[in-house]
Design a binder for this molecule. Sequence first.
Ligand SMILES: NC(=O)c1ccc[n+]([C@@H]2O[C@H](COP(=O)([O-])OP(=O)(O)OC[C@H]3O[C@@H](n4cnc5c(N)ncnc54)[C@H](O)[C@@H]3O)[C@@H](O)[C@H]2O)c1
Ligand SMILES: [Zn+2]
Ligand SMILES: [Zn+2]
Length: 382
Amino acid sequence: MKAVVYKGAFEVGVEDVPDAKVQEPNDAVIRITTTNICGSDLHMYEGRTSVEEGKVLGHENMGIVEEVGPGVTRIKVGDRVSVPFNIACGTCRNCETGWSSFCLRTNPTEGMDGAAYGYANMGPYDGGQAEFLRVPYADFNLLKLPAGTEHENDFTMLSDIFPTGWHGVELSGQQPGDTVAVFGAGPVGLMAAHSALLRGSSQVFVVDKEADRLALATKIGATPIDLGQGDPVQQILDATNGRGTDRGVEAVGYQAHDPSGEEHPELVLDNLVQVVRTTGGIGVVGVYMPQDPGASSDLAKEGRIPWQYGQFFTKGQSMGTGQAPVKRYNRQLRDLIIAGRATPSFIVSHELTLDQAPEGYSRFDKREDGWTKVLLHPGKAA
Ligand SMILES: NC(=O)c1ccc[n+]([C@@H]2O[C@H](COP(=O)([O-])OP(=O)(O)OC[C@H]3O[C@@H](n4cnc5c(N)ncnc54)[C@H](O)[C@@H]3O)[C@@H](O)[C@H]2O)c1
Ligand SMILES: [Zn+2]
Ligand SMILES: [Zn+2]
């Protein structure tokens, strides 16, 4: 089968790889209809992870069940499904308490709990930027979707970024009526803003420097803050009579940079501590790494990031972090899509074939104007 393969920094290829197949009784194989390129893939693409050459990429997957193992009873061949990016067993202590993103069984990597498809350090699993994908523990992991092709571009956000954006807002402790500052207007930040508005926030600020992304934030009813126009903290304080916001969401990650493009891994954490009111909450879904050999400082290479912890403590703020447990939210978010209340497809800018993936990676990575979210459709010819 054809698949998108990591070849080294700033290079992916589309190659023939062995077919995905049922290996364990609880596995299913999915024929991929849509698979997205994620900002998380860019950390690998830019050579900022330890991912091995030859890895099949892709953790935002959906499609049609092609084959099931003898132990699969709920999911049937022909079902249309969304595949959460987390690979979880369903029966360990973390899975049982709703933390499928920290499954204790599925990731053999030393010191890492939680597995994912096609990702550095997240276990030996191939990704779904391919014609077919093997899904372990299929009955537990897969979410059924209505048959047909309706809402394809909305449902494809259920595997990762819509639940992840929602989780960022949830971790911040948001309540109806709250004001929220979202840092990052990439796909995850825009999903966090969409979620915060669906959850009844009174005002949602979205901070970035990319005009096309900020325009999407405006389109859904959020207030854009262009960090190229001045300190975003001051801009939000000015807009809230000096009070700041009740909640903050970090949707940027360790490659946060200033308007000149220079990286400062502590920048957004500091901004959030400054802009969120005393006793307010911060949800961090942007990724930070335990080691970052490509970082500019020796501390950051060891995953040590000096940030305003003293101010954070003094303000009595709280913070939640980590990979999102997609299963906790994807069923409800699917139903909001079906009901017409949620439309996460508003971020989709490009739909490409698998063969066009190298161009998709390159242009999304450069945050080229208008490249906000790239979907790949492996079944479609060029
Ligand atoms: N926790 C999870 O489960 C999870 C899931 C998916 C993605 N992620 C992570 O979320 C982060 C965002 O993902 P994405 O797909 O939206 O990526 P992206 O790279 O497309 O978006 C990041 C955005 O942040 C902006 N940015 C950079 N520096 C900034 C700053 N100082 N202030 C404000 N904005 C700034 C960039 O211009 C860009 O638009 C990544 O770190 C990704 O790995 C986490
Ligand atoms: Zn993703
Ligand atoms: Zn588990």
